[in-house]
Every structure is written in structure tokens, then in C-alpha cells.
Design a binder for this molecule. Structure first.
Ligand code: NAD
Length: 264
């Protein structure tokens, strides 16, 4: 534990359970002295998120469905009753119909395309519109993306298209909000077994491939992502904005299968 985040207040969006990337980030921030608030989607998650928040000393646990503008307004209205200002925000939210996270991208339906873009891309912009107003002393925001934005990955399909748009939105928001000292970055995490990831076809195979072929010859953990998020969210990242930072055991620099990789 350290004091990097002492005196800083942050909102964590996208915690579902203790496997969530949001949990790795929340723990790293709390260990560094941050005061945290959490939002959860739907009543079913409330009873999971409240005890986890409690473990990190947080009593601020609020509902928010990011597909609904009124719900986002409600979240920030409620947050303001607890805090007058906000220092950082974590957006760890994505969603697509799992029937379209297999098979061909070209078969994506219009309805799921729009829904995936809405929940996985626009929601971060919508949230930053509200967060900006509370970040009176500047601030830092981090969202989560994946290499499927840059290269074809099996089954990632419409989510890859959405992550490409998310990364572009990070760059545009970095410009818009930079003048007010607000930094906006993305972490491109390697594959991690979470609830959201379980919807992706052949995910076990993808995990094995990354383990055998990444320079570090392992998969990353939510603790790895948490530590890198801490850098971007704290003063350590003061000169960094608009960036997509890979926390993927180096996989994104690899050109071909490793010569020592076993068959899978
Ligand atoms: P997760 O299932 O633990 O988290 C996904 C969260 O999104 C859940 O908390 C869910 O409630 C929330 N969510 C979905 N729709 C929502 C809505 N309409 N309103 C509010 N919240 C909503 O899985 P995770 O893997 O921790 O996912 C977090 C982020 O990390 C996602 O953006 C995901 O794409 C990204 N990511 C994951 C991996 C991986 O391999 N797990 C790799 C790179 C990036």
C-alpha cells in the first residue's frame, strides 16, 4: 500500500464481481488511499457490489444503466449529494449480444451494432459529459479496450469495431477536456477470464494462444491492470493523455507464433 491516491475521490463503473477488471483497479486505488464510489447495473448486481465496495471502505454504491440518459443523470445527481468534486473515473463497461461474438462479423445485425456502440462506446462519452462538471481540479479517466480494435481477433467481431471507436473517442475527449486538466486514456488489456469474456467464442483457446506467444509467456491479471490504471489515474501519469496503453504481457508487439509455443 502507498499514498499515491490519498485525498482523491473516484467513481468506479462496471464492477460485477471479484473477477471484474473494475475490481482489480478499485483495489489498487483503495490500496493507494483513494476514496471510492461504485455504480452497478441492475438490482441483481447490487447485492454483489455492496459487499465488495464495503471491503474497500466505500458506502457509496449507486445504480446506473449507461444505456439510459436519465439513469446517468440520476447517478451523478446522487453522487453530488456525497461529494462536491471528483478526481478520477473508471469506465469498465462493454456489452454485445453473445450470439454475434462468434461466426462472421459481416453478419452483425443493425440492432446489435447500434446497441454495442451505444453501451460500449457512447456511454463513456455520456459519462464524461457529467464527470467533467465535477472535475473542478482537473482529473483522470480510464476506459478498457482490447487488441481486437487494432487487429482481427477470432469472434471479437462487432466488439472490435466498437473498441476502435472507443479508442478514437478517447483521443477526441483528451483534446476537448485537456484544457481543463482532465486526462483521458484507455488500457488495452490482454484476455482475462471475466463474466463479459465468457460470452466470447473459443475464449479458452484465445487465452492459451496469448499465454504461449506473448513476450512474458503468461496472461495478465486484474492486478496487472490495476497497477497500470493506478499510474494513469494518479499523478504518476500527469503527462499522459489520449493514449491506448497495452497491458497485455507484450502480445501486441508480436509478429508471429513463438518458436517454443506448444500446439493447442
Ligand atoms: P465484467 O463482466 O466483469 O464487467 C463488465 C461490466 O459491464 C459489468 O459490470 C456489467 O454490469 C457492465 N455493463 C454492461 N452493460 C451495462 C449497462 N447497460 N449499464 C451499466 N453497466 C453495464 O467483465 P470485464 O472483462 O471486467 O469487462 C470490463 C471492461 O473490460 C469491458 O469494457 C471489456 O470489454 C474490457 N476488456 C475485457 C477484457 C477481458 O479479456 N476480460 C480484455 C480487454 C478489455
Amino acid at each position: 500500500s502507498n499514498t499515491l491516491m490519498a485525498g482523491k475521490r473516484g467513481l468506479i463503473m462496471g464492477l460485477a464481481n471479484d473477477k471484474s477488471i473494475a475490481w482489480g483497479i478499485a483495489r489498487a486505488c483503495a490500496d493507494a488511499g483513494a476514496e471510492l464510489a461504485f455504480s452497478y447495473q441492475g438490482d441483481a448486481l447490487k447485492k454483489r457490489v455492496e459487499p465488495l465496495a464495503g471491503q474497500l471502505g466505500s458506502k457509496i454504491v449507486l445504480p446506473c444503466d449507461v444505456g439510459d440518459e436519465d439513469s446517468i443523470d440520476g447517478l451523478f445527481k446522487a453522487l453530488r449529494t456525497h461529494w462536491s468534486s471528483l478526481d478520477f473515473i473508471v469506465h469498465a463497461i462493454g456489452f454485445s449480444d453473445k450470439n454475434e461474438l462468434r461466426g462472421r462479423y459481416v453478419d452483425t445485425t443493425r440492432g446489435n451494432f447500434m446497441m454495442t456502440m451505444d453501451i460500449s462506446v457512447y456511454s463513456f462519452t455520456a459519462v464524461m459529459q457529467r464527470a467533467e462538471k465535477m472535475m473542478k481540479n482537473g482529473g483522470s479517466a480510464v476506459t478498457l479496450t482490447y487488441y481486437g480494435a487494432e487487429r482481427i481477433m477470432p469472434h471479437y467481431n462487432v466488439m472490435g469495431v466498437a473498441k476502435a471507436a472507443l479508442e478514437a473517442s478517447v483521443r477526441y475527449m483528451a483534446e476537448d477536456l485537456g484544457k481543463d486538466g482532465i486526462r483521458v486514456n484507455a488500457i488495452s488489456a490482454g484476455p482475462i477470464k471475466t463474466l463479459a469474456a465468457s460470452g466470447i467464442g473459443d475464449f479458452r483457446y484465445i487465452m492459451k494462444w496469448n499465454e504461449y506467444n506473448s513476450p512474458l509467456r503468461r496472461n495478465v491479471t486484474i492486478e496487472d491492470v490495476g497497477k497500470s490504471a493506478l499510474y494513469l489515474l494518479s499523478d504518476l501519469g500527469s503527462g499522459v493523455t489520449g493514449e491506448t496503453h497495452h497491458v497485455d504481457a507484450g502480445y501486441h508487439v508480436v509478429g508471429m507464433k513463438a518458436v517454443d509455443a506448444p500446439d493447442i
